[in-house]
Design a protein around this ligand. Structure first.
Ligand code: AMP
Length: 265
């Protein structure tokens, strides 16, 4: 409950170029709260590649129409200088979680994510924050920050929305040519295969096979495919309560990520 308004606020932070994945988060927020706030902010501190930041799609007019249709109550779309002063510094030690998987390939990325989410929570003062499973590690990182900083906000994870052909929806899919799109389907295909084949005793072989399937696809360069404990993101073992397979790959010039929960189903 927000103490100023006496109402619950569901908050969906995004970088815009909204698709049905974002809109499913808005819908979950609307179901559980009196007020829904969505932010659109392409956060410069979480980009480690300046070209990626420059090329990030920003179709704000179309986004506003989608938010109106989705009955979002408030859009927060600040300019960069409203969020950051010059030369601001942020660092929060969250242990290995920051440096694994995405962290290894995008150094500094999660410090930037925590920096902006902290500021957005401070401004919006939500009851509940809605994040997508699509960015599984981001969910874990934000959860750790909330815990470490004792922030009074609940966290909800929403499932991955996919295209009918299986491709996980992403704002970056706009950069895929028709051919790239076809090749990119290897990501969801190999994860689905992993889910069907999952067995605790053959994790190493399954991991290698799924990686090889992705690597064999023309135009696709896998960065990682790992089968990890869903809570620590360290390699999964027999005592893991949940197991997740996560992958990142370059498809043409576009970097895509995807994941699937292997256990519990
Ligand atoms: P982004 O705009 O990419 O920063 O994403 C904003 C939020 O939407 C994050 O919590 C993402 O995990 C979530 N999201 C992105 N793509 C999807 C998807 N395909 N399905 C569900 N949630 C998503």
């Amino acid at each position: 409950m927000n103490t100023l308004t006496g109402k619950t606020i569901g908050f969906v932070p995004t970088m815009g170029a909204l698709h049905n994945g974002h809109l499913s988060l808005i819908e979950s927020a609307a179901q559980g709260n009196n007020i829904v706030v969505c932010s659109i902010f392409v956060n410069p501190t979480q980009f480690n590649d300046p070209k990626d930041l420059e090329n990030y799609p920003r179709p704000i007019e179309a986004d506003i129409v989608k938010l109106e249709q989705a009955n979002c109550d408030v859009l927060f779309n600040p300019p960069v200088n409203e969020i950051y002063d010059d030369n601001e510094h942020w660092h929060l030690d969250i242990g290995p979680l920051e440096h694994l998987l995405e962290g290894e390939f995008r150094p500094g990325h999660y410090q930037g994510v925590m920096q902006v989410v902290y500021k957005l929570i401070d401004i919006v003062k939500p009851t509940t924050l809605y994040l997508g499973q699509k960015d599984y590690q981001q969910y874990m990182v934000v959860g750790k920050m909330i815990e470490k900083m004792h922030l009074p906000v609940q966290l909800v994870m929403c499932p991955i929305e996919r295209e009918p052909d299986g491709l996980a929806m992403s704002s970056r899919n706009i950069h895929l040519s028709a051919e790239d799109h076809r090749h990119a389907l290897v990501l969801s295909r190999s994860l689905t295969w992993l889910k069907q084949s999952f067995d605790f005793n053959s994790i190493a072989q399954l991991r290698q096979k799924a990686f090889d399937i992705i690597a064999a696809e023309p135009g696709v360069k896998p960065e990682y495919l790992e089968i990890v404990d869903g809570e620590t993101l360290l390699p999964a073992n027999n005592s893991s309560n949940s197991v997740v397979a996560l992958t990142a790959a370059r498809v043409g010039k576009t970097r895509l990520i995807d994941n699937v929960l292997l256990s519990p189903l």
